[in-house]
Design a protein around this ligand. Structure first.
Ligand code: PEP
Ligand code: MN
Length: 338
């Protein structure tokens, strides 16, 4: 349920409601809106004395939360969230965030060349896998810690927020030492223990949708992270499994308005995993902006033909630069910036 405070309610009144909520064994999440403060009270309400909360000083009214996800829902927080990603950048604000880089970190030269190019073209974040979830156990699995060190160095040198995947609970602490944003991959969206571990981290979480997860399951996965204590969650659509074969995954851009209706969390689109083909990436980037995405996660490689992973879906720095210019025009038409 949501406890809606009166506008102008005092800090002590909010604190008193929080204490009451806790005394009934419920979890509290205080959300300071532009107009008023609300306290989301999550948990089993059967033994709660609702009238004690309802009549507490400063309380306007109690409202049940109908969605199965609570703290991820727009019912609890009507204003869109602006999530920091490090190096002064945010996702969810008027400025649309470009996070670009190779699928995986392969070498210092590779990473630094791509990082310089994407920064120059307007990216605010550098993506790159150091731990790679590979379907085939005999293929390149990433450089591990060495990859993390290179990412941190390149991010620092170019002022780019570092986004990289964490595959297991025992990697959370290590990856958090080097990265600004922890990426939870599509294969791990249902790894509830990993979601909880990332929920206890101070780092922003970029949560990818499972390739067969529904929107409801996706938002419930985000709920795991937020309810564990980390409100800095960014959603990312990366395509789903369908019967189609002309694409690696089918990219459902209709999820953008659906997420905006259901949740306050920002949403990124990953057109690289989302299509599997470099030639489709620029048009999906443009379409994502037009549909209201808060940013893009794009695979860029200076030599896609020789990339160790996902070369076929990686665009060149030149193509990225050109696409950013096109996205800028579309963004201005909907009163946003890139
Ligand atoms: C990636 O971003 O390179 C990646 C492995 O993503 P996903 O988890 O969406 O497949
Ligand atoms: Mn990839």
């Amino acid at each position: 349920m949501i406890v809606i405070m009166r506008s102008g309610a005092k800090a002590e009144e909010v604190e008193h409601v929080v204490e009451l909520v806790r005394s009934f064994g419920l979890q509290d999440h205080v959300i300071h809106g532009t107009d008023r403060t609300v306290v989301a009270a999550i948990g089993d309400k059967r033994s709660v004395d609702l009238s004690a909360i309802e009549t507490a000083p400063g309380v306007d009214r109690l409202v049940p939360i109908l969605a199965p996800y609570k703290v991820a829902s727009r019912e609890v927080k009507p204003e869109p969230s602006i999530v920091p990603i490090g190096k002064g950048a945010t996702v969810g604000d008027r400025k649309i965030a470009m996070i670009a880089g190779p699928c995986s970190v392969e070498s210092r030269n590779q990473l630094f060349e791509i990082a310089a190019a994407v920064k120059e073209a307007g990216a605010v974040g550098l993506r790159g896998g150091a731990f790679k979830p590979r379907t085939n156990p005999y293929q390149f699995q990433g450089l591990g810690q060495e990859g993390l060190e290179l990412l941190a160095e390149a991010g620092k040198e170019h002022g780019l927020a570092v986004v990289t995947e964490v595959m297991s609970i025992d990697q959370v602490e290590l990856v958090s030492r080097y990265a600004d944003v922890l990426q939870i991959g599509t294969r791990n969206m249902h790894n509830f223990n990993l979601l909880l571990a990332c929920g206890q981290s101070q780092r922003t979480v970029l949560l990818k949708r499972g390739w067969s997860a529904t929107l409801n399951e996706f938002l419930l996965a985000a709920e795991y992270v937020i309810s564990a204590g980390n409100k800095n969650v960014i959603l990312c659509e990366r395509g789903i499994r369908t019967h189609e074969t002309y694409v690696r995954n089918t990219l459902p851009l209709a999820i953008i308005p659906a997420v905006k209706r259901e949740s306050h969390l920002p949403i990124l689109i990953d057109p690289s995993q989302g299509t599997g083909h470099a030639y489709m990436v620029p048009s999906m980037c443009r379409a994502s902006i037009a549909a209201g995405a808060d940013g893009l996660l794009i695979e860029v490689h200076h030599d896609p033909e020789h990339a160790l992973t996902d070369g076929a879906q990686s665009i060149t720095p030149e193509a990225f630069h050109k696409t950013v210019l096109e996205m800028r025009q579309i963004a201005s038409a909907i009163d946003r910036d890139v």
